[in-house]
Structure formats: C-alpha cells, structure tokens
Design a protein around this ligand. Sequence first.
Ligand SMILES: [Zn+2]
Ligand SMILES: [Zn+2]
Length: 152
Amino acid sequence: MSTEALKQLFAKSGLKFTNQRYLVYRAMAEAKDHPSAETVWRRVRVEAPAISLDTVYRTLASFEARGLVTRVPGGGEEGRFDGDVTPHHHLVCLCCGSIEDFTMSGAGLDDLPESVAAWGQPRDAQVLVRGVCRKCLCKMEPVKPESEKRRT
Ligand SMILES: [Zn+2]
Ligand SMILES: [Zn+2]
C-alpha cells in the first residue's frame, strides 16, 4: 500500500498519520506470522529505535478498534495480531505458539445454525483449531506405554 493510500485509510479511520503508526501498520501488513506486540516492536525498532513497546501496543489497540488489524482469538495471553482482516481461520500450536491461516467453505456467517441467529446479531465467525503442529510433533518422543516409562 502506498503512503498516500495509507494516509487516506488513516484519515477515514479518524487517525492522524504519524511515522510510528505508518511503521506499525506496515509491519503488520507484511507479517504473516500473527506477531505479538513485542515482536512488532522489535521489527519496528530497526527503523525507529526510539519507539516504545507501550506505543506499539497502544497503536495496535487503536488499529484493532478501527478494524485495521484483528486480534487472533486463542492467541495466548500476550495477544497476537493479524494484519489480514479478510475472513479466515486459524491453526494455533499449543507447543510452539505458531499461528497459521487456513480458509474453508461452510464456516461463514451464512452457515451458522439458527440458534446463532436467535442469540443475536453475529458480526463475524472464525474457526479456531488448537493443537500441536507437525514441526512440534516431529520433535516429540513417541509416546511410550506406561510400563516402559522410567521412574523419576
Ligand atoms: Zn508447533
Ligand atoms: Zn490470520
């Protein structure tokens, strides 16, 4: 996205264009790994050494409030952010904390059961798959039967 387009996007969202906001937004637009605020901070600091973690956190929160980034549900306590605001779903590894995207049909708002419509007005729907990723599975020792386990 060009600087000019970003200025317009910020203006539409009621945000003043600042270099720090620009850098945080760009870091999020480029990130594919659903970074935490701290990870974004480390990346932005390369170009803006004076930026504080608190500023990055507040910037992400104001982006989130305006729908410019989203927070990944189930992304752990530190909070993980997504620069891709188009509808998609997430695979969360409970072992290494990696978060990957996936898309599937049949998981949109139109596919929800009637009980959801009865509940109220849904805005978006996401599937969250939590488990252990292949990389982590490979590192794990095969599960041994109870009798073979060493006593500690
Ligand atoms: Zn993993
Ligand atoms: Zn995502």
